[in-house]
Design a protein around this ligand. Structure first.
Ligand SMILES: [Zn+2]
Length: 109
């Protein structure tokens, strides 16, 4: 068990930081035994990069949905609307993926 710094964002996501202290099981200089323990946690009062990406994609979907609404009122934009629906689905899948990665990380440690 070697000690590492940890960064934790206010959304619950975290990552390992610098190596701080070796444990008594590890005698090789500069090596770590593979089991990581928290030395110190720095809390960040901001959402993590995954959340940031997710928010951006959600805003994009929101904007596209408003475009679709407008195009439907205007008429004659069937192809564009269909294309945009496909784009939304794609982005939604990316959002789901980011969400899963985030969930998984929160569950560990
Ligand atoms: Zn996050």
């Amino acid at each position: 068990m070697c000690y590492f710094e940890q960064t934790r964002w206010n959304c619950g996501y975290w990552k390992w930081g610098n190596f701080r202290q070796q444990c008594h099981k590890e005698y090789r200089t500069g090596e770590t035994c593979g089991l990581k323990l928290v030395f110190q946690t720095s809390l960040l009062a901001a959402p993590c990069k995954l959340c940031d990406q997710r928010f951006k994609k959600e805003r994009r979907i929101h904007k596209m949905a408003m475009d679709i609404e407008r195009w439907q009122r205007e008429g004659n934009r069937r192809a564009t609307i269909e294309k945009t629906y496909q784009d939304i689905e794609e982005i939604q899948a990316q959002i789901d993926d980011l969400y899963r990665q985030h969930e998984q990380r929160q569950k560990t440690l």
